[in-house]
Design a protein around this ligand. Sequence first.
Ligand SMILES: Cc1cc2nc3c(=O)[nH]c(=O)nc-3n(C[C@H](O)[C@H](O)[C@H](O)COP(=O)(O)O)c2cc1C
Length: 418
Amino acid sequence: MTSPAVRAASRRRFLKYLAASPLCASGAWAARADEAPSRWPDPMIWTRPGGAPIKSPKDAINVFDFEPVAFQNVPPAHFGYMASGLDDEVTLRANREGFLKFQLKPRRLRDVSKVDMGVEIFGTKYDSPIFVCPTGGNQFFHRDGEVAVARAARAGNHLQILSTSANYGVEDVTKARGAPIWFQLYASPSFEVAQALIKKAETAGCPVLMVTVDRVAGRNQETLFRLMRSDSRDCASCHDRSSFASRVVRRHNYDGIDLSGIKGSGEAANLTWDTIKRMRDITRMKIALKGIVTPEDAELAVQNGIDAILVSNHGGRGEDNGRSTIDALPEIIAAVQGRIPVLVDSGFRRGTDIIKALAMGAAAVGVGRPYLWGLGAFGQEGVERVLEILRTETRVAMQQCGVRAINELNPGFVRRAT
Ligand SMILES: Cc1cc2nc3c(=O)[nH]c(=O)nc-3n(C[C@H](O)[C@H](O)[C@H](O)COP(=O)(O)O)c2cc1C
């Protein structure tokens, strides 16, 4: 192993090389290269980001540690489906970078020896404000798919929202979760199909129907398409894309539903506020909308009698609109004025990310890819550990901010960076 002194010298040589390069017009680099070696080397050289992948969920220090293991275990095309954003992936990156625009304002000396992270949503208590976002086709990542996710959500008493496009059906997942879950609806261009899915969810005991409203057209998932090319397997041998019915053959929420009238890939381009009203007329479930990103639509949601909204850009997979949800959240909270719960997802990876959103006024915070990394890496155990890390980080962030309960968080704990 190279000594720190040798590495520091080689870092100086590298800086000198950069300084000489025509790419570096600024004299700042040259000044850095000639400076005396610091007494202590860069902290970065003491760790090896991108080093050997972890061997067990217990080894994970943060949620990112699961991603390289999932990359190893999961076929390239399936990994690409999970990792991909759209087009230039500006929104995907913005979702992470958005958190840098906000800073926490920790308070001191407030006895945080006991902390309660519990929240209540529509009368149901959960042990933390962290919920499991709906993601399709979880068997792409592990054979136990959404059932493994449900068991992990049960272990930490998290709210789970099941995707219409899940591999396992809503009855099986509810059973594995051991408590009611919410059902995410892809409306489909045919109201009859939506109606049949709504009936299934209601029969399975779901208290809330979350209608996704931000996927109404095709999408250019470049990372997925490029990784598909590096997958040696023949995708067509498993995925028959000749009709909508053949596409969803292993998506068991569709079992027994007549799909012959649905053309193409099934996006509901015809979705309107009127469609939502028709849904309201046929179900007793509460209705939430997923994919609201403007105060104008948030206001319309309230006016249309919607019970909750999820501020989401689909993890950068809806359209490449360029804006993070944490950036959009404050003005949406201001528009809603506490009339309905506002949930948020997209890009949340740290306890500090989570409490920034809660301080702004979010009722709960969802995660998507992190638990899929855990699932692809170690199955149920991986998902459990991802959720545990997020809970631990959230609790620590609350304590460090001097907060004993979620309802003590308020906008005074967060400020926009200048
Ligand atoms: C692989 C994958 C599949 C997804 N499938 C669905 C889905 O079927 N329905 C839906 O409403 N959202 C879906 N989403 C979006 C998530 O519900 C959620 O909004 C997003 O993952 C949150 O962002 P994050 O992944 O950065 O945490 C999916 C996201 C991913 C990564």
